[in-house]
Write a protein that binds this ligand. Sequence first.
Ligand SMILES: [Mg+2]
Length: 246
Amino acid sequence: MSDTTTVTTAVTTAVMFDLDGTLLDHVGASDAAVLDAVAESWLPGRPVAPDEVLAEWARLEALHMGEYLAGTIDFAEQRRRRLRGLLAALGDDRPYDDDGADAAFTAYLSAYEANWRAFDDVEPTLGALARLGVPYAVLTNGDRDQQLAKAATLRLPDGVRVLTPADVGAAKPSATAFTVACESLGWVRDRVLYVGDNPDADARGSRAAGLNACWLNRTDHASPFQPAEGITEIKRLGELVGLLRG
Ligand SMILES: [Mg+2]
């Protein structure tokens, strides 16, 4: 075990989780939903390459959610831009005004919501935290109503707080998001372990804000971190329990 792991476990008294990609399988739900929407609603009967659809949808999501989180467009507009961008890339030259785009997006949204699932390791890990007496919360980027609806599918115990930029005044990786979240929970930052799948928004962001950081590397990418960054890597959420037991 590295020194980093020892330091992290020695001081952790509470855990804060990211939501998408950490507790909830956003990519699994999004991939299934966009392929369903293309085939059933947007371009029925047209042959498409699924890998290309998924890659373009992921690219457009990162681009336009980034604009939304930066405050340059609203949540509805980031949806419209993703829809128009994907359909243009697939050769659909029909114009979509705002109302048309909003109506078309519902084909994706209903399938996305129907596919919301927790990762298999979530329930046992949260149960173990409860038995250890370690409180936990969720700090997630995104639209508050949608993130609360997603979190509801996880059936978190009563009292587990789910915080969004609307609650804390900033989006991750801003230090404000992490510090205000800790303050609102009454938690001391350097005793909190933040667990998330995004190296920058979650791991580096929380570390820079003075929390302990754990990067959940579900997809088995090579670590982007230097040892001096003091960020612990785990491959499965269940490894967290071993870290906290020390
Ligand atoms: Mg995430």
